[in-house]
Design a binder for this molecule. Structure first.
Ligand code: URA
Length: 426
């Protein structure tokens, strides 16, 4: 095979053969296909697409570039969840211990945030002592003993994806559905989970702004998982407004602990229970009510054990921002819009996220919401509190929020927010 022939095939809207796909992924991982050649191929795929067979083969080739884990020796079934990313999406934090408390083991290999969406590992690192890096042996032991692990994915899983994702990030080729689907699913299939629930976000704060695109991504990923023998289900969920009342690392940990204590914002609780129910059913457990495990404290017990097993102190005070700035409502009315992307960008500019992979993140930075779409507000009432350790960041964060909120007259047409869970794809 020859890299230029492979590029020409896709450039001219042809189908890549199994042999071409296997070769190009392997040769790229070994360094025998150059970055500029893979960059050109990725752009041809973004523009001309791949069919189901090509996507499945591409995914299999990326899995074959590294190791595969095997949870077959565990005493309980496994289920994992993947979210395509959103603002205030802390669901993994309460969800993993909740599902563990229901008897299904959760091997959650997570990433760090880049851009306006937060990373699960960044959030947990705001807990004093907690560490993200575990060896495969430590991971297995914790899955057996505690039932839930949230840790960094090792370098051995789908190394082709690691290299390709870094390239896509700097060549304008992230937003290709075949490449997103194969990237996510190669890592989840290689991880070895028995069941997988996908939370595919749609709206301003998500990768997919349009429902049709989110649906296509969900259907592609469900087909890839199912064909690989992983019981896979997807929920399409709203990301036009942030989830819960916080976006930022320590802020989101605090809210997650409230949910585990039986409280917390209604939307976070609703989505946590819906995803837990799907994970349990996909793992074959249908006789346990996850809501009960939030009420009776067993999910909280599992959280405490999960955090302590990775060196964290579940009783430690979480850090609080030294600098806070409150944004008030300008008029009376009904809040009809609180834009997820604007809040995500503001949290990022306050220090919660990073612009480059090497950048540090602030544990305390972020945005706290005091109202959600559908709420009645009064002029002068606090809408948002911005948190940071560097007050010079307020101005740029406020710039991001200038068009973030819409308040409609209370006597206008009645406003009803859309559903959080939009559809379910199997
Ligand atoms: N997340 C991934 O892991 N890969 C993508 O391509 C996009 C989001």
């Amino acid at each position: 095979f020859d890299a230029v022939d492979v590029i020409r095939t896709k450039r001219d809207r042809g189908e890549l053969s199994d042999g071409q796909i296997d070769w190009v992924i392997d040769a790229y991982t070994r360094g025998a296909v150059a970055e500029e050649q893979m960059s050109s191929l990725a752009m041809a795929i973004l523009l001309n697409g791949m069919n189901r067979r090509e996507i499945a083969r591409w995914t299999a080739a990326m899995i074959a570039s590294g190791e595969r884990m095997d949870f077959g020796k565990l005493s309980r079934p496994t289920a994992d969840k993947h979210s395509t990313g959103g603002v205030g999406d802390k669901i993994t934090l309460p969800l993993a211990p909740l599902v563990a408390a229901c008897g299904v083991a959760v091997p959650q290999l997570s990433g760090r945030g880049l851009g306006h969406t937060g990373g699960t590992l960044d959030k947990l690192e705001s807990i004093p002592g907690w560490r993200a890096a575990l060896s495969n042996d430590e991971l297995m032991r914790q899955l057996e003993d505690v039932g839930a692990v949230i840790c960094a994915a090792g370098d051995g899983l789908a190394p082709a994806d690691k290299k390709l994702y870094a390239l896509r990030d700097v060549t304008g080729t992230v937003e290709a559905i075949p490449l997103i689907a194969s990237s996510i699913m190669s890592k989840k299939i290689a991880e070895g989970t028995g069941a997988l629930v996908l939370d595919v976000k749609v709206g301003s704060g998500a990768f997919m702004k349009e429902l049709a695109d989110a649906r296509e991504l969900a259907e592609t990923m469900v087909a890839l998982g199912t064909d690989a023998g992983v019981k896979t289900v997807a929920l399409l969920t709203d990301m036009s407004t942030p989830l819960g009342l916080t976006a930022g690392n320590a802020l989101e940990v605090r809210e997650s602990v409230e949910v585990l204590a039986g409280g917390g914002p209604a939307d976070v609780v609703e989505l946590t229970i819906a995803l837990a129910t799907e994970m349990l059913a996909a793992a074959g457990v249908t006789d346990i009510d996850p809501a009960e495990k939030l009420r009776d404290g067993t999910a909280m017990d599992a959280w405490r054990r999960m955090i302590a097993a990775q060196g964290g102190d579940p009783d430690a005070e979480l850090p609080v921002a030294p600098e806070q700035h409150v944004v008030n409502a300008s008029v009376d009315g009904v809040l009809t819009e609180l834009d997820a992307l604007a809040v995500g960008v503001a949290a990022w500019r306050l220090g919660a996220g990073r612009a480059r992979k090497e950048d540090p993140v602030s544990a305390v930075a972020g945005v706290e919401l005091h109202a959600k779409p559908g709420d009645t507000v009064r002029a002068g009432q606090p809408l948002l509190t911005l948190h940071t350790d560097d007050p010079s960041r307020f101005a740029r964060a406020l710039d991001a929020l200038t068009e973030a909120t819409t308040i409609a007259p209370a006597d206008g047409p009645q406003y009803r927010p859309g559903p959080l869970i939009i559809d379910r794809i199997t």
